[in-house]
Design a protein around this ligand. Structure first.
Ligand SMILES: NC(=O)CC[C@H](N)C(=O)O
Length: 472
């Protein structure tokens, strides 16, 4: 099991690298994360939903994503409440406090999945969540040491040296653990190191002497990886082109990996606009998905996006709305059952003639179809509770097995769709970008970029892997 001293220490990447290395060795390996908290999820082959990181690790292991790889997914819709997804399906909406009680049930689901994977695979690489040192969350923990103790597995502790304080993070984490938990840590990985490793050596020796445990590897800082991020929106771009794409950074934005293909496109300048930031001019504005459509819509209005969108459209700019962003483009968003917050109805941006109602059943589907506005196929996935109705849907953006999907405004300036991942198929991305005004010969093949990155992280982790094999 890989645990981290902090969130974003590099657990996901390390698990993915170990999965790829075991796959190369011909081992039937599977990734596993007992509990994940993220708004970035993937639809699995068995029709459920798991954290994006486990879907990435599945690819590293040469597998199709399955709900057993991440049996508990918490999707926060506010600072204190989350949708609880068990074995890929919505089980309940719960406050963080109620979830503390619910953990007993959640742990049973975790162990059930783990057992199934044990029966099917030769190796399981487990990822922890956050850090095991959150002493307030320790009771009934299912995500870190609570799980490791339950299944009696060894733990590697990974720490990020790039953010600083790596020695204190490691020593401090050990100090927060019980004797038996400390005993399961077989060693440390210092991640994201740049510079001269000679200069690090005295620190490594000190740490090993202090703790009596080995530093198993120092992994390099790797630039320019194309790997699906779980939490943080990645805003760095290797090259910025002239075609400006703006995305409001909604507080409850979901599936921000929808934009990864655009970020990797050398002719595009992709910008996320956060709270209080000035909204610059752009060629294309994309409203992303949201775990709380009405809440994020209120944020959008409060941040002055409505006037900006109208001006952008007057100047001939294009707008795309994806899932929650599509819902916001309509006349209203209604939540009579209070699925995403207090029950009620919100007037929306009024740019498309349709309205949305949030229902109790979630639609989860992998989609393959064609564009209506160009000769191109499209693939994507749907994850939503809302259904939309109205005249705008009579001019669809896509056609899926003959069924209309999404909307294209009569003036062709606005396109809405429920499909996430629409830019991931090169053909659809090229067609959508051409529609939006960027005639480009460049195709960004996200699947190939991801494969190359998985191989790079695996190569970097090879010395660690060799050392782990000796330990066994
Ligand atoms: N993925 C999304 O953007 C979901 C939109 C909205 N929260 C719904 O469930 O319908």
């Amino acid at each position: 099991m890989v645990q981290g001293t902090t969130s974003d220490a590099g657990k996901t990447t390390l698990v993915a690298a170990l999965c790829r290395l075991l796959l190369r060795d011909g081992v039937r390996v599977v990734p596993f994360k007992p509990q994940n908290m993220a708004l970035n999820s993937a639809v699995t082959s068995d029709g459920g939903e798991i954290g994006r990181a486990q879907a990435l690790q599945a690819i590293a292991a040469g597998l199709a994503p399955h709900t057993d790889m991440n049996p508990v997914l918490l999707k926060p819709s506010s600072d204190t409440g989350a949708q609880v997804i068990i074995h890929g399906k919505v089980r309940a909406d719960m406050s963080a406090r109620d979830y503390q009680q619910y953990k007993i049930t959640a742990m049973a689901a975790v162990l059930e999945s783990y057992q199934r994977l044990r029966e099917q695979y030769g190796a399981i690489i487990v990822e922890g969540a956050g850090s095991p040192a959150e002493v307030n969350l320790r009771a009934r923990d299912i995500a870190n040491m609570g799980f490791a103790e339950a299944v009696d597995c060894p733990v590697i502790l990974v720490a990020d040296i790039d953010r600083g304080g790596v020695f204190a993070h490691i020593i401090g984490t050990l100090a927060c653990l019980s004797e038996s938990e400390r005993g399961r840590i077989i060693g440390f990985v210092i991640n994201r190191f740049r510079g001269d490793v000679k200069l690090l050596e005295p620190g490594v020796a000190w740490l090993e002497a202090q703790t009596g445990k080995p530093v198993l590897a120092v992994l390099p800082y790797l630039q320019g990886l194309f790997l699906d991020a779980e939490d943080a929106v990645e805003s760095t771009q290797a090259a910025r082109g002239a075609f400006r794409v703006l995305v409001p950074q909604l507080p409850r934005m979901s599936n921000h990996t929808d934009f990864d293909a655009l970020r990797a496109h050398p002719e595009i300048d992709l910008q996320f606009v956060g709270q209080g930031q000035p909204i610059p001019a752009a060629d294309l504005i994309i409203l992303p998905g949201s775990k709380n459509t009405r809440g994020d819509l209120a944020w959008l209005l409060q941040q002055g996006w409505q006037a900006h969108l109208l001006r952008h459209l007057r100047y001939g700019g294009k707008v795309i709305g994806i899932c929650g962003g599509f819902q916001m483009l309509g006349q209203s968003v209604n939540d009579p059952h209070g699925i995403e917050g207090a029950p009620g109805s919100s007037p929306a941006l009024g740019l498309l003639d349709m309205s949305t109602e949030l229902g109790r059943t979630k639609r989860l589907a992998q989609i393959h179809g064609v564009c209506e506005f160009a000769e191109a196929s499209v693939s994507g996935y749907e994850i939503h509770m809302g259904t939309s109705h109205g005249a705008a849907l009579a001019r669809p953006a896509f056609r899926i097995d003959g069924r209309p999907e999404g909307a294209l405004s009569p003036d062709e300036q606005i396109l809405g769709t429920y499909l996430h991942g629409v830019f991931d198929t090169p053909q659809a991305a090229t067609a959508l970008l051409a529609w939006a005004g960027l005639a480009s010969q460049i195709e960004v093949d996200t699947a190939r970029l991801r494969e190359q990155s998985l191989d790079r992280i695996a190569d970097a982790a090879q010395p660690l892997f060799n050392r782990l094999k000796l330990l066994k």
